[in-house]
Design a protein around this ligand. Sequence first.
Ligand code: AMP
Ligand code: ZN
Length: 114
Amino acid sequence: MGACIFCRIVDGGIPAKIVHQDEQAVVFEDINAQAPVHLLVIPKRHVASAQDCQEEDQALLGHLLLTCSKMARMKNLAESGYRIVTNIGADGGQTVPHLHFHVLGGRHMAWPPG
Ligand code: AMP
Ligand code: ZN
């Protein structure tokens, strides 16, 4: 039992509103939603961030991005548009050191980000 909160969500130690899972990924609602739809797409295996991915993680990264677009379709965001974000490290604003893609939608997203 590790200390990583997203690993705890994967192993069921911490409850989450899980909306989808498969062999490699889990998708759940962000506890502090920043948009009408705010999902987190994470690998079941602990990887600290996109920066920590290796060549052998190529298929996993592709699977996670395709899962994001699948979730967007499920939430009816595909036509209106949405945003996929992954924060990396301190300046990137990463607060949980387990790779995750935010899927944000249901409102207009401003640019540049804050
Ligand atoms: P980041 O700041 O990019 O690392 O994103 C971490 C995200 O995880 C934030 O949007 C948090 O609201 C979210 N979060 C943290 N703990 C939980 C939890 N137990 N269940 C769901 N979302 C969480
Ligand atoms: Zn983890």
